[in-house]
Design a protein around this ligand. Structure first.
Ligand code: ATP
Length: 139
């Protein structure tokens, strides 16, 4: 089955009860959690990961958010894992996410930046991101 890299960003990862809710939801939707770890970035780590957004108006606050506390990285496995995980988290923008009932961002995002989740957007980025967070797990 296909794999994707999922992040539970700091605003949600700060609350163990919310993380449990996400894990339960992930399993209920048919994903297997193949690996999981807690990560703490500094600002430079965040700038590297989001370098494609350098210069955008939200870049500074995005990097500040991702370095603001620990977050959870997971390898999720399922048929169509990449698109199904992005569908489950919902739209990037919080207002759009709230309109998508049942989406994880709709329930847990607090703003467009603090949008609670990440999912790889292609087979290539999934491979790269899994390698980045779980070098021992990559294929
Ligand atoms: P991710 O890559 O985290 O899964 P995404 O693919 O849905 O998110 P991108 O366009 O790659 O969205 O943006 C990366 C991150 O930058 C978003 O998850 C969000 O935290 C932040 N971001 C994106 N667009 C905006 C915006 N218009 N205003 C504020 N923050 C934004």
């Amino acid at each position: 089955a296909a794999r994707t890299l999922a992040l539970i960003k700091p605003s949600v990862a700060a609350n163990p009860h919310l993380v449990d809710t996400v894990r339960a939801r992930v399993r209920a939707e048919g994903f297997a959690v193949k690996a999981e770890r807690v990560v703490q970035w500094n600002l430079d780590d965040a700038r590297r990961f989001y370098r494609q957004h350098e210069g955008r108006f939200f870049y500074k606050r995005l990097c500040g958010y991702m370095a603001s506390g620990p977050f959870v990285a997971m390898i999720l496995e399922k048929e169509n894992a990449i698109s199904d995980w992005r569908k489950l988290i919902g739209p990037t923008r919080s207002i759009a996410a709230r309109l998508e009932s049942g989406s994880l961002r709709g329930d847990m995002a607090v703003s467009d930046t603090r949008n609670a989740f990440h999912g790889s957007d292609s087979v290539n980025s999934a491979r790269e991101e899994i390698e980045m967070f779980f070098p021992e797990e990559s294929t």
